[in-house]
Design a protein around this ligand. Structure first.
Ligand code: UD1
Length: 374
């Protein structure tokens, strides 16, 4: 079996690592494509280094830009690579523009090449069509032959959209495979100590959603809340390039000075900082899942989450919406009152370190319906 694995942005890399390794273990051929959506060393190469992912077979170098231009470049540069390789499968993780771009190319060439499309992390829904990721998720799922779901709730979302049940395979959360495999190494790295922070004595924050950082008022609310919380407990904020650009444009340097701001962290550094935090404040999807497994109380700075299982079973809560400084601080206080859980305690089904094994078994066993019936 020949599987083309496509990754482009930071949250993709921890999802592909265990899959590429499982494919190789079983003697399948993997072709690794990096679209170059994320390109700074701290957003890309450091993840390949930390996770031991081999160098990509194809690097498309698409870089940043508007949604249209970025997605178009991904499509243009991915098409000849797909045609040249003619794999049995294209596997796309997550919900970024690279996911959708590669999916559209694959489905349009399906009749010609016979390549099937599998979506890793299918069926998650925020039901907020204003989020670029929601558009990417829904359209990628619609294009896919095989829908690999990370949590049990995803199936109902797909069935409600008319997807055939037999194309939906529950495999669990591959990102948690990576977390469990790398946690000891992350603890040894102990990046919080390098930053002068004591385990359980600080808050880890991240912020990069357009809805929180692209408007001056929204970004001010989040950063003011972080600065106020930092009066009680140190707040470490690894700064995403998007957030950094906006904070500079809006003149928020002063607010950042009250916080421990770092460059974007590599995988092991970030896992170490998350694991040691007393509370996590975030708008990231991945951190909602990672804190659930690590047992760290998490406050999500969004109106809704496509990962409700992290609230029902995990340690996650949504801050009151619309976000206010007082609302974020109250949610932080609430999280602070909750004890840390043990790693892996009360985790969602399939978040057990073996999702990549189930995923590769699904690829091996799945037989698609004819194109006309898809
Ligand atoms: C993208 C994903 C988002 C994901 C996030 C994780 C889409 C639609 N969004 O958002 O779902 O949560 O990645 O980080 O795919 N930049 C750099 N260096 C880099 C990468 C980006 O400087 O290596 C800057 C560029 O100026 C770029 C901006 O950050 O314009 C935003 O990058 P982009 O890939 O467009 O979206 P993200 O906000 O990173």
């Amino acid at each position: 079996m020949k599987v083309m694995v496509v990754a482009g942005a930071r949250p993709n890399f921890m999802k592909i690592a265990p899959v590429v390794s499982e494919l190789e273990k079983r003697g399948h051929q993997s072709v690794l494509v990096h679209t170059g959506q994320h390109y700074d060393a701290s957003m890309s190469q450091s993840f390949f280094d930390d996770l031991g992912i081999r160098a990509p077979d194809h690097f498309l170098g698409v870089g940043g830009g508007s949604h249209a231009s970025q997605t178009a470049r991904i499509m243009e540069r991915f098409e000849p690579v797909l045609v040249g390789a003619r794999p049995d499968w294209v596997l796309v993780p997550g919900d970024v523009n690279s996911t959708l771009g590669a999916s559209l190319v694959t489905v349009k060439l399906k009749a010609e090449l016979g390549t099937q499309l599998a979506h890793l992390e299918a069926g998650l829904r925020s039901n907020d069509w204003r989020m670029p990721e929601e558009v990417n998720r829904v359209l990628t799922d619609r294009c896919s032959d095989l829908l690999l779901t990370p949590s049990r709730d995803a199936r109902a979302n797909l069935i409600a959209e008319g997807i055939d049940d037999e194309r939906i395979h529950f495999v669990g959360n591959v990102m948690i495979d990576t977390l469990l495999l790398r946690l000891d190494a992350a603890r040894e790295r102990d990046h919080a100590r390098t930053l002068g922070l004591e385990r359980d004595g600080y808050v880890a924050a991240t912020l990069h959603r357009p809805s929180n950082v692209d408007e001056s008022d929204a970004l001010r609310v989040c950063l003011e809340a972080f600065a106020r919380i930092a009066e009680r407990m140190p707040v470490v904020l690894p700064l995403h390039p998007r957030t950094q650009q906006r904070a500079e444009r809006f003149g928020f340097r002063g607010l950042l000075d009250a916080i421990t701001v770092t460059q974007p962290l590599g995988y092991l550094e970030m896992l170490s900082v998350t694991d040691g935090a007393r509370v996590v404040l975030t708008d990231s999807g991945g951190l909602q899942e990672e804190t659930t497994v690590l047992g760290v109380p998490c406050v999500t700075l969004r109106e809704q989450t496509e990962r409700p299982v992290t609230i029902e079973q995990g340690t996650n809560r949504l801050a009151p919406w619309p976000l206010t400084v007082a609302g974020i601080i109250a949610s932080f206080e609430d999280a602070l009152a909750r004890p840390r859980r043990a790693v892996g305690e009360d985790c969602p089904d399939g978040w057990d370190g073996r999702a990549a094994e189930r995923l590769v078994s699904s690829l091996e066993s799945f037989r698609t319906a004819p194109v006309a019936a898809a």
